[in-house]
Design a protein around this ligand. Structure first.
Ligand code: AMP
Length: 282
């Protein structure tokens, strides 16, 4: 497995693979890889002849008050995990390789990005769409893999690929969790022992929501009230949002009569965690 730092090296390698008639999968990440990322690499290796993992903490998707500087990084660990799962190349550029000093072009999206995380992170999805678009142009993969953990991001990327006629299959992969239910995340490393225990409240409350749905409840207000009351019982938790939206348009709905996404962002201490379920996965 190669670890490369420049766009030119990625292009050269992909060109060789293409000349051999091989298919290419891309797994975009911000590094500090865990089993959630590994599951995307596994899926890509299954579907494609070659797999590229991008490992880049994208400054453009962080606001000045967010955790860009403290975001965990460990390339040696990432290389070991990615190689063990069959990755063929890691692309780990420096920020100025991706954004030269006169950089001034952006990919932006309305509607889908104005709900859920877009409310408390108003510049986030512009950064995500721009970097993913750049990665698509650099790697030109057949398929790209994204986790349902970042459900709004998955919907946004699917929508971008469709709006802008990108000839890339967008594949969504299931959420990988710790044994107690907490969704795996690079940001879980910010949690101290008490916070780590408290963080289980996200998945626990979602399970209660799922159980109401299994029992035939379709009133989104009722489901959200139940989920919020469970989270509020945890003193270390503070709700940013709990919402139920149309899974494709990310617009709020009142009744569960179509494929829906129940999504939340919750602060545990100072750490903002997200979790969700799609009604199709209940
Ligand atoms: P990140 O490095 O956090 O930006 O995540 C890179 C990709 O891995 C995104 O598509 C995430 O949705 C996905 N991912 C992160 N955590 C998980 C998880 N626990 N299960 C499945 N996919 C995940």
């Amino acid at each position: 497995m190669k670890v490369v730092k420049t766009i030119a090296e990625v292009r050269e390698q992909v060109k060789q693979w293409r000349a051999e008639g091989l298919t290419v999968g891309l797994v975009p990440t911000m590094g500090y890889l865990h089993e959630g990322h590994a599951s995307l690499i596994d899926a890509s290796c299954k579907d494609n002849d070659r797999t590229v993992v991008s490992d880049f903490v994208n400054p453009m998707q962080f606001s000045p008050s967010e955790d860009l500087e403290s975001y965990p990084r460990d390339l040696a660990h990432d290389a070991e995990l990615a190689e063990a799962h069959g990755c063929d190349m890691i692309f780990n550029p420096e920020p100025d390789e991706m954004y030269h000093k006169n950089f001034s072009s952006f990919v932006d999206m309305t509607v889908l990005t104005e709900e859920l995380c877009g409310i408390s992170r108003p510049i986030h999805f512009r950064g995500v769409c721009t970097v993913v678009n750049k990665l698509f142009n650099i790697v030109q993969p057949d398929r790209a893999y994204f986790g349902k953990k970042d459900a709004q991001q998955l919907a946004v990327i699917r929508h971008m690929a469709d709006d802008l006629n990108m000839n890339i299959e967008i594949v969504g992969c299931p959420i990988i969790r710790e044994n107690d239910g907490l969704a795996k995340s690079s940001r879980n490393t910010y949690l101290n022992q008490d916070e780590r225990k408290a963080a289980v409240i996200l998945s626990k409350s979602l399970e209660a929501g799922k159980s109401l749905i299994r029992n035939g409840i379709t009133d989104c207000g009722k489901i959200i009230t139940e989920i919020k009351s469970i989270i509020d019982s945890e003193p270390l938790a503070r709700i940013d949002y709990v919402k139920i939206v149309d899974a494709e348009t990310i617009q709020q709905i009142e009744t569960l009569d179509k494929l829906a996404l129940c999504a939340m962002a919750v602060y545990i201490g100072k750490t903002r965690l997200i979790d969700n379920f799609f009604t199709e996965d209940i």
